[in-house]
Ligand binder design. Structure first.
Ligand SMILES: CCC(=O)SCCNC(=O)CCNC(=O)[C@H](O)C(C)(C)COP(=O)(O)OP(=O)(O)OC[C@H]1O[C@@H](n2cnc3c(N)ncnc32)[C@H](O)[C@@H]1OP(=O)(O)O
Ligand SMILES: NC(=O)c1ccc[n+]([C@@H]2O[C@H](COP(=O)([O-])OP(=O)(O)OC[C@H]3O[C@@H](n4cnc5c(N)ncnc54)[C@H](O)[C@@H]3O)[C@@H](O)[C@H]2O)c1
Length: 326
């Protein structure tokens, strides 16, 4: 039976179209997809403005959640509820913006107990990445009570989940946002204070500034990450996962060699399965489901082309679940 899918041809914006079972790629597990989500990278892929889709034509959508329909793998059986993020979905392998997908069994993670399928995509790649950033900060020794932790791009998907997680874990969270209208929303997630986008985005006047941050999660990159590093306290860990403001990093080495600031790169795409499982278990334990609901909207598959424009323009807030059957 034909299914709907958002497909990129590699030229211009992706389009909503229909695919047959014979269009499914190679793989040992077929999943009836229930939900995908909207991430910044989906915005780049669907609009065609980023170099995301590397083997067109390709179904977009970098994550999905659904139920195993067929399995040639001993690890999975029909009826299992599963989640897939990264692993090249929407880059080199067809992704989640469709009602059925075939995948490699090694990419699947069991739906974490305590989260519904819809909630796994409310978390999605963005939320998983926020948790991977928190784990990176914890591994570097950051503890509640160490001082202020700044989250940049706080009103976005990664940022919203990061604010909620860090606040729940007892950190004093400072949210960096260019949208004052989101202050109440971010306070509701646990932000204690705010810095404006402009405060962090300005070019360096001095290679070091007064030390402020005990830790940081940066989703913006460029001059924003450079400011955070210049203001990081002695030995502070800074988890960098994003490029919403640019993929450059205009900085000197001085924060690293004079203050021992630690820049921690975080990747969710090739992240090994045991680390993903650890992150999903922590998300189920440490992310308040009421806050997750508060930061989430649900949209139909047909809205994806418009939503892709919205997320690149900074018009979305928190997380967007894509109901692929709607
Ligand atoms: C969820 C994760 C996110 O949101 S990340 C944010 C979204 N990602 C992006 O905007 C990246 C878009 N991609 C690009 O701009 C280009 O593909 C970049 C990465 C600059 C590479 O392009 P180019 O300079 O032409 O080099 P190339 O294609 O020959 O690759 C060089 C080596 O790097 C590798 N590479 C490429 N893309 C990726 C990737 N996405 N992840 C990991 N590795 C990548 C290539 O395989 C190549 O390595 P090798 O020579 O094959 O060993
Ligand atoms: N490393 C990884 O594995 C990984 C995984 C997920 C997301 N990401 C990256 O993290 C970033 C955030 O992803 P998301 O899905 O939360 O996106 P999002 O659009 O929901 O959030 C981005 C936030 O950054 C803000 N922003 C945009 N341009 C800005 C600028 N110039 N200066 C300051 N703030 C700006 C937006 O207003 C928004 O609040 C993206 O760059 C994405 O590619 C990386």
């Amino acid at each position: 039976m034909p299914v709907r899918a958002v497909v990129s041809t590699g030229q211009g914006p992706a389009q909503l179209t229909e695919l047959d079972d014979e269009d499914l790629p190679d793989g040992d597990v077929t999943v009836d997809v229930a939900y995908s989500s909207l991430n910044y990278k989906d915005g780049l892929a669907v609009t065609g403005r980023g170099r995301i889709v590397r083997r067109p034509p390709l179904v977009c959508g970098i994550d999905l959640a659904g139920t195993v329909a067929e399995s040639a793998s001993p690890d999975w059986s029909p009826g299992d509820e599963v989640v897939v993020t990264g692993w090249g979905l929407s880059e080199t392998h067809p992704g989640g913006y469709t009602e059925r997908q075939r995948l490699r069994s090694a990419w699947l993670v069991a739906r974490p107990p305590g989260l519904t399928l819809a909630q796994t995509m409310a978390v999605g790649t963005a939320g998983l990445t926020a948790m991977l950033c928190v784990l990176a900060l914890e591994d570097a020794g950051l503890s509640a009570g160490d001082g202020e932790v700044v989250v940049t791009g706080a009103g976005g998907g990664v940022g919203s989940v990061a604010v909620a997680l860090l606040a729940h874990l007892g950190h004093r969270v400072v949210a960096a946002t260019g949208r004052p209208a989101l202050h109440e929303y971010l306070r509701g997630l646990g932000a204690a204070d705010f810095v404006t986008r402009e405060e962090l985005a300005r070019a360096a006047e001095r290679p070091l500034e007064s030390a402020r941050w005990a830790g940081a999660i940066d989703t913006v990159g460029s001059t924003t990450l450079a400011s955070v590093l210049r203001q990081a306290a002695y030995g502070a860990p800074v988890a960098a996962c994003g490029l919403a403001g640019g993929d450059d990093l205009p900085i000197t080495v001085l924060p690293f060699i004079l203050r021992g600031v630690r820049l921690l790169g975080v990747d969710s795409v090739q992240c090994p399965t045991p680390r993903r499982e650890q992150a999903w278990a922590r998300l189920a334990a440490d992310l308040d489901p009421d806050l997750l609901d508060r930061m989430t909207t649900v949209e139909p598959l047909t809205a994806v082309p418009r939503l892709a424009e919205d997320i690149l323009a900074g018009r979305t807030q928190g997380r967007v679940v894509v109901d692929v059957r709607a």
